[in-house]
Structure formats: structure tokens, C-alpha cells
Design a binder for this molecule. Structure first.
Ligand code: S3P
Length: 434
């Protein structure tokens, strides 16, 4: 008997807190004055990296029975760390914190694991250098790097050409302790959790959204942020794994609750609906400024589509799981403009391509576009999958394994702890015999 004959997904699920919001909640708690209680904080390896670094910068962060308590020192209140700051595997930890420390008069060395040490950092640090921080990078782009922060950072206009929420957020955090007007222009608007949390914390700034996709943010520092408790909505990128699992497993019907329905994060649902997915979203309210609600998903016959490069910044973490949906859709799906995928926890363009090929799914990379020739029947399975120690690759292929006659043999599943330690527990809870 095959797995897909034995199993279907059924039931209701509450998943862990959003990774992007969790990083920002802890960092903004540290930059506030007073105590911030954070509820539903994601307790994954990446978030623990942010917590550890902030503790090295003199911030007290404690876990209580139902929340985390951050005692902030204000926007210029970091202490000189005694040792190198280790961001582990986390791009968001490192890039956001470069900005936060760069306007404090301290000297910091940042290090990271092997993967993080191969990811480009000058995209952020060159902007910080413009306002007066002194930065030294290994081979001009990589960790380890050192930042000598400045209390007299210049109020400047910055133009960001790469669509990256991390670059924008790093500058926004720096601007909190810059005297005068900092203007940030994004050529292409990206995820907006930092803006939403700033507004929630009464940090006043101007925002203009242009019709051509550009965005302008004007901050007037320095700011004194008064602490306010933060409730973290559940992670839509984690929800995406179960969404696709239910879509490709016959007879499935699941509901995921209290998910962050921020528009810059759920473009994958629009894409899946275009592929024929039966997904219903119900908005249910707001949580610390973010729209939340439930996602209901039923098994659906998927068909291939072309995904434009214009929405790439809003799908950036979902391409691996969308590739699994495409692998189970009839026809050839084209995903355009995936250059940024090469700079994630692994070279995700390559990780997706190699692993789908070893499952017998024909794929091709043409420049920055990915072509996937899907099939809507169960795969043989039993083949090896290299997770490349990348959490989203490991979870995506764990989902494809549900549609294999014999399970896929995925290397280092432990890397899932980077973003979603409860992944297997949650998957088990909705996996029912058919
Ligand atoms: C993130 C932004 C994205 C995303 C990452 C989290 C954030 O990166 O890939 O997982 O929290 O700002 P970029 O927008 O920098 O590509």
C-alpha cells in the first residue's frame, strides 16, 4: 500500500510564531525603554541567535512561563560586547543587528556558521559606512566582519536597489538613533513587518508607496521608544508547507489558525490559487498591527503556471515549497527572476533543481528562471535528498515525501530547528489514516 493511499491530512492546526516578526519583536524590545513582554515568540535556533547576541550587548532577556521578557536600554543603549557576536545560520539576525549596533559607540565583531559566512553582507554594510560606521569585511563581502559604530551618524538618503527587507530593516533600526532625517528609498517594496511594528510602537515616520512599486520611508531620529507588549502572529511561511501538503495529498482538508495574513507574505496563496488550489482565507482581526486569520486548504488538482519576477520579493521564502507544488502539477511551471535564491541558507535554485531531478522530476535553470515539469501522480521515492543543511529545503522535501511510494531519504533533517522545531510534531498531528 502506498503512503498516499494510507494517509491524508485532516484537522486544525496552530503553528509557531512568525520568524521575521519574532526577530523584530526582540530587537525592538531591546531598543525600547522598559519591559516588553513577547507572546508566541518563535523558539527556533535563528531566534535564539538574536537573543544570545542581544544579551552580549547588555540586554536582559528572560523566559517566563507564557512569554519572553526583554528589558530594553533605549535606542542608543547597547554595551560594548566582550566577545564576537555569533549569528549562527541567521541572515536576519546578522543583517538587522548590523544596523542596530552601527549607531551605538561600540566595536562589534560578527561571526556565523559556514552557510552564513558564504552569504553577501556588503549589501547592508556599505550603506552603514555611508553614514559613518567603520566596517571591515572578510574578502570585502563576508563574515567575519567588524563594525565600529558611531554616535554621530549622518542623516542621509539611501537608495536600495536589491529587493531585500533585511537591508531596509537594518537601515530603519540604525535611523532610530540618528539625529535628523533618514530617507530610505526601496526601488521595489519588500516585506513590511518593520514598518508595521514601528507603527504599533508609536515610532512616527512617513511612508509613501508609489504606483511603480517604489517605496519611500522618512524617519526623524533620535527616537525614544516606550515599551509595549508584542503578540507574534503565526508564521505564514511555515503554514505554506502544510498548505502544499494538503493540496497534493488526496482527501485532505486542513485549517491553520491565527496565521499572519500580511499581504507581503501570502502571495504564495494567490499563486497556488492560480494553479487551481482550493484555499479559503478568513481574516479574523489584528495582532500587534498584523492582520491574522485562518487558512483552509483542500486537496486540489494543480496545473502549471508562469510566476512573474515582479512578485519574487513576496515569495522569497516560499519558492522551495512552491517548487514541490509545481512538481505535482500538470505541465511545465516557470518561476522567473530567482537570482536572490542563490544567496539564501543554501543556493536554493541549485538545491531545488538537484533534488527534484533526483526524484525524477525534469527541471531546468535558464539564467535566473526555473522550469519544472510536473506530474500529478505519486513518485517512486526511496532516493537521497541533500538538504544542503537548509531548513526550507528539508521541510519542502519532507512534504514531497508524502507523495512518494517509499519515503525520501533526506540528509540532516535536524536543520529544520532553524525555523520550525515543531514541524514534524505538527505534521504528525494532522496526518490521519485515509
Ligand atoms: C527576512 C527577509 C527575507 C527572507 C528572510 C527573512 C526578514 O530576506 O528571505 O527569511 O525577516 O526581513 P530578504 O528580504 O533580505 O531577501
Amino acid at each position: 500500500m502506498t503512503i498516499q493511499e494510507r494517509h491524508r491530512l485532516k484537522g486544525t492546526l496552530n503553528i509557531s510564531g512568525d520568524k521575521s516578526i519574532s526577530h523584530r519583536a526582540i530587537i525592538l524590545g531591546a531598543l525600547s525603554i522598559g519591559e516588553t513582554k513577547i507572546y508566541n515568540l518563535l523558539e527556533s535556533k535563528d531566534i535564539l541567535s538574536t537573543i544570545k547576541i542581544l544579551r552580549c550587548l547588555g540586554i536582559s532577556i528572560k523566559k517566563e512561563s507564557n512569554c519572553w521578557v526583554v528589558s530594553g536600554n533605549g535606542s542608543g543603549g547597547f554595551k560594548q560586547p566582550r566577545a564576537a557576536l555569533n549569528a549562527g545560520n541567521s541572515g536576519t539576525t546578522s543583517r538587522l543587528l548590523y544596523g542596530a549596533v552601527a549607531t551605538n559607540p561600540i566595536y562589534c565583531t560578527f561571526i556565523g556558521d559556514h552557510s552564513l559566512s558564504t552569504r553577501p553582507m556588503s549589501r547592508v554594510t556599505e550603506l552603514l559606512e555611508n553614514f559613518g560606521a567603520k566596517v571591515k569585511l572578510t574578502k570585502k563581502n563576508y563574515l567575519p566582519l567588524s563594525i565600529e559604530g558611531t554616535q554621530n551618524a549622518l542623516p542621509l538618503k539611501h537608495v536600495i536597489t536589491k529587493p531585500s527587507a533585511q537591508i531596509k530593516s537594518s537601515l530603519m533600526l540604525a535611523a532610530l538613533n540618528i539625529h535628523g532625517q533618514t530617507t530610505i528609498i526601496e526601488k521595489q517594496a519588500t516585506r513590511d513587518h518593520t514598518e508595521i511594528l514601528f507603527r504599533y510602537l508609536n515610532i512616527k515616520f512617513k511612508q509613501i508607496d508609489y504606483k511603480n512599486g517604489r517605496k519611500k520611508i522618512v524617519l526623524n531620529g533620535p527616537y525614544e521608544i516606550i515599551s509595549k507588549n508584542i503578540y507574534v502572529a503565526s508564521d505564514p511561511s511555515s503554514a505554506a508547507f502544510f498548505t502544499v501538503a494538503a493540496l497534493i495529498t488526496p482527501n485532505s482538508n486542513i485549517t491553520i489558525k491565527n496565521v499572519c495574513l500580511n499581504k507581503t507574505r501570502i502571495a504564495y496563496i494567490t499563486v497556488l490559487k492560480k494553479m487551481g488550489a482550493n484555499i479559503k482565507i478568513k481574516k479574523e482581526g489584528k495582532l500587534s498591527g498584523e492582520t491574522i486569520g485562518s487558512i483552509n486548504v483542500r486537496y486540489s488538482k494543480l496545473r502549471s503556471i508562469v510566476i512573474s519576477n515582479k512578485i519574487a520579493p513576496y515569495l522569497i521564502d516560499e519558492y522551495p515549497i512552491l517548487a514541490i507544488a509545481a512538481a505535482q502539477a500538470k505541465g511545465s511551471t516557470i518561476m522567473r527572476g530567482l537570482a536572490e535564491l542563490r544567496y539564501k541558507e543554501s543556493d536554493r535554485l541549485n538545491s531545488i533543481h538537484k533534488n527534484l531531478e533526483s526524484c525524477g522530476i525534469k527541471t531546468e535553470i535558464k539564467k535566473d528562471d526555473l522550469y519544472i515539469n510536473g506530474c500529478d501522480f505519486a513518485l517512486a521515492g526511496n532516493n537521497k535528498i541533500n538538504s544542503f543543511n537548509d531548513h526550507r529545503i528539508a521541510m519542502s522535501f519532507s512534504i514531497l515525501s508524502l507523495r512518494c511510494k517509499k519515503p525520501l531519504k533526506i540528509s540532516n533533517l535536524k536543520c529544520i530547528n532553524i525555523s520550525y522545531p515543531n514541524f514534524h510534531k505538527d505534521l504528525k498531528s494532522i496526518l490521519k489514516s485515509a
